[in-house]
Ligand binder design. Structure first.
Ligand code: SAH
Length: 235
């Protein structure tokens, strides 16, 4: 796959201007020259082959050659509600969820864990989303939503989605994906409280165990995302 670059601006004309870290990557790290061929995407679902036109001090201008509608998404949508781990593990989690095809990550506030997703954290994680999309070939960005209260998250999941709450010792009701895709909920290091598990069950969420060992938050999220991807990946 040719080197991929992300355009913050929607690609609507024959000229694309890369700025900031994307321009830096292309001009300084890749040492691009006029005429080099690259792929550029804007997160809308397509990618474009383009030629480097002008390398300037602050930006790089590309001339679009052709649009390619290439879809590397899962066949159903996957939403991951997760009580975020700390620091570097957060970034790692985001990178892997993007690679596995998750559409939306929702940081959760639970009774035992904080969401840790201030605006600046989300900006930083958004950058990890772009980096992961560049690397894995996705042409749509995973959305990082504003933090949600656990109960609100339970309530917004459509009834037609397979709604699964990961909880040690839960059952194993996996089954086929439904039309509204998957909604997953992963708790904080302290786990979901009994009351939270009960409230989820009462409105039709299924409790899912993931084996007899206790997993870190990010491992549990990846196991769920990988199972969904294994079922729904067209490729
Ligand atoms: N201390 C808690 C575990 C928290 S692990 C306890 O003993 O219950 C953090 C989160 O990861 C959990 O809330 C759950 O959503 C998920 N998780 C970790 N291990 C799991 C397992 N074996 N089965 C299902 N979910 C698990």
């Amino acid at each position: 796959m040719a080197e991929r670059f992300f355009s913050e601006e929607p690609i609507q004309t024959r000229e694309v201007v890369l700025v900031g870290s994307e321009a830096h990557h292309l001009s300084h790290v890749m040492r691009a020259k006029r005429g080099d061929r690259v792929i550029v995407f804007d997160g809308s679902g397509a990618e474009f082959s383009a030629l480097v036109d002008r390398v300037e001090r602050r930006d790089v201008k590309l001339a679009v050659v052709e649009r390619h509608d290439i879809d590397r998404e899962l066949s159903v949508s996957v939403t991951m509600g997760v009580a975020l781990p700390k620091g570097e593990r957060q970034r790692w989690l985001v990178e892997k969820l993007v690679e596995l095809g998750v559409n939306r990550m929702v940081p959760l506030w639970t009774s035992r864990g904080v969401a840790r997703a201030t605006e600046s954290t989300r900006d930083r994680l958004q950058r990890s989303v772009v980096e992961a999309c560049k690397q894995c070939g996705r042409n749509r960005l995973m959305e990082i939503s504003e933090p949600m209260e656990f109960d609100e998250f339970l309530a917004v999941a459509p009834l037609g989605a397979r709604r699964i709450l990961a909880h040690p010792g839960g059952g194993s009701p996996w089954g086929r994906p439904e039309s509204d895709g998957f909604y997953f909920a992963v708790g904080p290091e302290g786990g979901f409280s009994d009351a939270e598990v009960e409230r989820a069950r009462q409105i039709g969420w299924q409790c899912q165990g993931l084996g007899s060992r206790i997993l870190r938050v990010e491992t549990a999220a990846l196991v769920l995302a990988a199972r969904a991807a294994a079922e729904c990946d067209a490729g």
